[in-house]
Design a binder for this molecule. Structure first.
Ligand code: C5P
Length: 215
């Protein structure tokens, strides 16, 4: 089955406070997105990246959309040969080959989707807008959801065919697949698979990537 990587990298990265888009901020010596591309290229036959305006386009570099899931839809449309789609945010540079392979294997085993996830370490409460706690959730069955998110490509294509408002409200692709009736499983990720959103994440990622690269 043709395994294709889909990397949304078109975000502006305002929360990071960098000059340019967050995926292209230099971290441990290279642009953030390059760390993920290196790992994905070991597992995927091809990797299509959704980039922000101003970045050179090409067959594997397409202009991203206004929201994340739109960027995923555009990049997936550029890979009609994909049978398994490995969606991974450029903002998670500490991806490991083993995590990608375990998610791909779960889809080969019959799941429509398999998502990297961390068991919830904190207690989770639901609160009203005024701060009043409404309830405490049972964390033993709660997972914090990350990327990679791997899908049967035909299932993901169908799930992404929704109105723009639904795409904009989706915080991950698996929720769209679930809403379309797809069966999705969680795959436990290593603790370092963090998302670079704020400056503190960038500093942590820099340390971990330098440690990994031995420099
Ligand atoms: O911050 P957010 O969760 O939206 O970003 C997750 C990933 O989605 C980042 O890698 C970012 O570059 C990407 N993104 C995108 N297109 C957008 C918004 C975010 O590719 N319009």
């Amino acid at each position: 089955m043709a395994v294709v990587g889909i990397v949304p990298a078109a975000g502006s990265g305002e929360r990071l406070g960098a000059d340019g888009p967050n995926a292209f901020v230099v971290c441990a010596g290279k642009p953030l997105v390059e760390w993920s591309l290196e790992v994905l290229s070991e597992v995927c036959e091809r990797v299509v990246v959704a980039v922000p305006p101003g970045v050179q386009l090409g067959a594997d570099r397409v202009l991203g959309g206004a929201v994340r899931s739109e960027s995923v839809r555009i990049a997936l449309a550029a890979a009609p040969e994909a049978e398994i789609a490995v969606v991974h945010d450029a903002a998670r540079p500490l991806l490991t080959r083993s995590l990608v392979e375990r998610c791909v294997q779960a889809v080969r085993d019959g799941w429509d989707g398999a998502v990297a996830a961390a068991p919830m370490a904190d207690t989770v409460k639901q609160a009203a807008p005024d701060g009043r706690v409404e309830r405490t959730l049972d964390r033993s069955r709660l997972w914090s959801i990350q990327t990679p998110q791997v899908f049967r490509a035909d299932v993901l294509r169908r799930a992404l065919e929704v109105p723009a408002g639904v795409l904009a409200a989706a915080t991950d692709d698996a929720s769209l697949v679930e809403a379309a009736g797809g069966a999705v499983c969680v795959v436990e990720s290593p603790p370092e698979n963090l998302k670079v959103t704020r400056r503190v994440d960038l500093l942590l990622a820099e340390t971990l990537l330098r440690d990994r690269a031995g420099c």
